[in-house]
Design a protein around this ligand. Structure first.
Ligand SMILES: *[C@@H]1O[C@H](CO)[C@@H](O)[C@H](O)[C@H]1NC(C)=O
Length: 317
């Protein structure tokens, strides 16, 4: 009888192992994404930043997409008022949802087209609203991350940025953290941007017509006639284990280089993991929250006078 029982226990163990393998396979297939956000007030009088965190974008869709996971994270840094950043925060993801490809063929190309079209549509819709009298002059940057299964797409306009940290093993077995820029800044001082604006009849003296600091944006109706456009720069990247992404407005990047911000976060994540060993365990989510808050606070401490909004996205397989 004892032999019988042992055998059954053995079977059970085997079954548990198989279940565990199954579970692990599923985990390996799809990275878990979590976003945390920290916002700090700068010295200007109004908070014009807006942000959106939708780790499960499918929840907002009437029919579920064929892909098993869609996530969306975005920051919008407003200028000349908060109406453009608010509008983009409220509407851009709905437009992405409505234009999201139904077909899985050619997905990569179609997702990029969806993002391009959604940015254009959001800009047009806002400009229509803004053309009331008196016309609204608000404008906004837009940097958005759309994750389709384990592929990250970044679309950006203006000078908000997304940077990715990739942990790589060195030959000696150490972990090395590599910073990958996921967005391109659109300032009128950049050659192609300046050329486009000047061809359209706009002048550039560091700023467009001496006023606007970005060369692409949502809104800014009066500048759209002189070469300011709403065509985002698009990047694509395959997620790998232990990646994380910082998505932030230029308030952060005026006082931190991309690489420095990644190193700063990585150090806090590692230090709090070491603390964990000493008994004060900060859970994974807590560590990212802590790192995000500290990064925003440090930006303010370093004298960034703008409002700072930082989103930190953890990627765990
Ligand atoms: C996301 O939301 C959809 C629709 O509500 C749901 O079916 C799905 O299980 C959710 N996915 C996750 C990972 O929570």
């Amino acid at each position: 009888e004892r032999g019988e029982k042992r055998k059954r226990d053995g079977d059970l163990d085997q079954q548990q192992v198989e279940e565990k393998d199954e579970a692990e396979k599923k985990v390996c297939k799809l990275a878990k994404l979590k976003g945390v956000v920290a916002a700090r007030r700068g010295e200007r009088e109004e908070m014009q930043d807006a942000h959106v965190l939708l780790p499960n974008l499918s929840e907002c869709m009437k029919t579920l997409p064929a892909q098993s996971r869609l996530s969306y994270f975005a920051v919008f840094d407003g200028h000349g008022g908060a109406r453009a950043s608010q509008f983009a925060a409220e509407n851009l993801h709905h437009t992405v949802i409505s234009k999201f490809p139904k077909d899985v063929e050619n997905l990569d190309k179609l997702v990029k087209k969806c993002l391009l079209d959604s940015f254009r549509q959001t800009d047009e819709d806002f400009l229509k609203k803004a053309s009331s009298k008196p016309a609204w002059k608000d404008g906004s940057t837009a940097t958005c991350l759309l994750v389709v299964d384990n592929v990250l797409y970044v679309a950006n306009l203006g000078d908000s940025r997304a940077v990715l940290c990739r942990i790589e093993q060195t030959d000696s077995g150490d972990e090395n953290c590599v910073t990958l820029a996921l967005s391109k800044e659109h300032n009128p001082t950049i050659y192609e941007e300046r050329m486009r604006i000047q061809r359209a009849g706009g002048s550039v003296d560091g700023r467009v017509l001496g006023v606007l600091e970005v060369s692409r944006s949502i809104g800014d109706g009066q500048y759209k006639r002189c070469g300011v456009i709403s065509t985002p720069d698009l990047r694509r990247c395959q997620l790998t284990p232990k990646d994380f992404v910082i998505l932030a407005c230029d308030g952060l990047f005026k006082v931190f280089s991309a690489e420095e911000s990644i190193k700063y976060v990585n150090k806090i994540l590692q230090d709090s993991a070491v603390d964990g060993k000493a008994g004060q365990t900060l859970e994974e989510a807590g560590r990212y929250e802590e790192a995000c808050q500290q990064l925003a606070s440090e930006a303010v401490r370093r004298g960034c006078a703008d409002n700072v909004t930082v989103i930190l996205i953890s990627i765990e397989f």
